[in-house]
Design a protein around this ligand. Structure first.
Ligand SMILES: Cc1cc2nc3c(=O)[nH]c(=O)nc-3n(C[C@H](O)[C@H](O)[C@H](O)COP(=O)(O)O)c2cc1C
Length: 335
């Protein structure tokens, strides 16, 4: 089964094509530090056969968290917390990436005002954000860069830039949330500039495998659509190793979610000559086989399925005769 082939993202070798999707667990300390829960949670999925775990959204500054129980990596004191965690995940045979994130106008951390490209509120339950001043944009890039340096020091194998789901970078990309009049707003090229410059800044510190997560459909008439994201993919494909294809979250509109609803977007992006991670409501072996048979993605990410059943991949591996993936200690369960 193609899903179990060894494969690489840039210079990173993975034991298979399964990715654990980044999922905020809201289990960090109030200052964004890692807890025992994270060891148990991520190690279980590592022992469960995942090739690459993408750690949940990890904020590059305190007001970049979605909630005050999200993880953070905003100063050097966080590195020592991550080091033993990364080592613990490696013991399972999985590789581990970190998703560097800023929640932008969707941050709901007490006592901090959210920031965004423009002062446009998400909806009535959110606070109106402050538009970033040009100097603050430069500082933000530097915060992404410092976070990447820390991720390297901590031993992470992969960085994913979170540019999806209506968070800060996505807010710059979308005409719905970015009405700036300077070089970071207006034209397509201007809206893309923030993401491009973040990629550049990160690469001054990070020479490992690098990915970007994009919401490749905004489901709103005046927003970006898949053809806009194909152009974005063209513009960044020589700078990053993979695009993690998601959708939605920019504005509060219904998402037509049904099994495999985003797989077509992954296929469209992949046709531009960049590796993709595809997923979204992937729950069955048949869906996985079809995606690889039709070359719609290079990797499949699994989110909620792995929350429900950390050993879903092992069950598939057992059926496919890929027993080397099953930890020795668990082999008797799969006879
Ligand atoms: C509890 C939960 C937390 C999530 N947190 C994040 C996150 O931190 N970063 C992100 O990019 N996506 C996040 N997502 C979206 C998932 O990564 C994934 O794209 C989505 O759940 C669809 O995949 P699935 O149907 O396999 O769960 C989250 C989803 C869930 C269910």
């Amino acid at each position: 089964m193609k899903a179990f082939e060894e494969v690489s993202i840039g210079n990173l070798k993975l034991r298979n094509r399964f990715v654990m999707a980044p999922m905020c667990m809201k289990m960090a300390t109030e200052d964004g530090k890692i807890q025992q829960f994270h060891y148990t949670h991520y190690q279980s999925r590592g022992y469960g056969g995942v090739g690459l775990i993408v750690l949940e959204a990890t904020a590059i500054e305190p007001r970049g968290r979605i909630t005050d129980r999200d993880l953070g990596i905003w100063n050097d004191s966080y590195v020592d917390g991550f080091k033993p965690f990364v080592k613990a995940v490696h013991e399972t045979g999985a590789k581990i990436g970190i998703q560097l994130a800023h929640a932008g106008r969707k941050s709901r951390v007490p006592e901090s005002t959210p920031v965004a490209p423009s002062a446009i509120v998400y909806d009535e339950d959110y606070e109106e954000p402050k538009a970033l001043r040009p100097v603050q944009i430069q500082m933000m890039k530097s915060k992404f860069m410092q976070a990447a340096r820390r991720a390297k020091e901590a031993g992470f194998d992969f960085i994913e830039i979170h540019a999806a789901h209506g968070y800060l970078i996505n807010e710059f990309l979308s005409p719905l949330t970015n009405v700036r009049k300077d070089k970071y707003g207006g034209s397509f090229e201007n809206r893309l500039r923030f993401l491009k410059e973040i990629i550049e800044s990160i690469k001054t510190q990070w020479d490992g495998a690098l990915g970007v997560r994009l919401s490749c459909e905004e489901y709103a008439e005046d927003g970006n659509h898949i053809d806009d994201y194909e152009k974005i993919a063209d513009a960044i494909k020589d700078e990053v190793d993979v695009i993690n294809v998601s959708s939605g979250g920019v504005v509060d509109v219904p998402i037509p979610s049904e099994p495999g609803y985003q797989v077509g977007f992954s296929e469209s992006i992949r046709a531009h000559g960049i590796k993709t991670m595809g997923g979204g409501l992937i729950n069955t072996e048949k869906q996985i086989k079809d995606i690889f048979d039709h070359e719609q993605a290079d990797f499949i990410y699994l989110g909620r399925k792995l929350l429900k059943n950390p050993n879903f991949i092992l069950e598939m591996a057992s059926k496919a005769g890929q027993t080397e993936l099953i930890p020795e200690a668990y082999k008797r369960a799969f006879k």
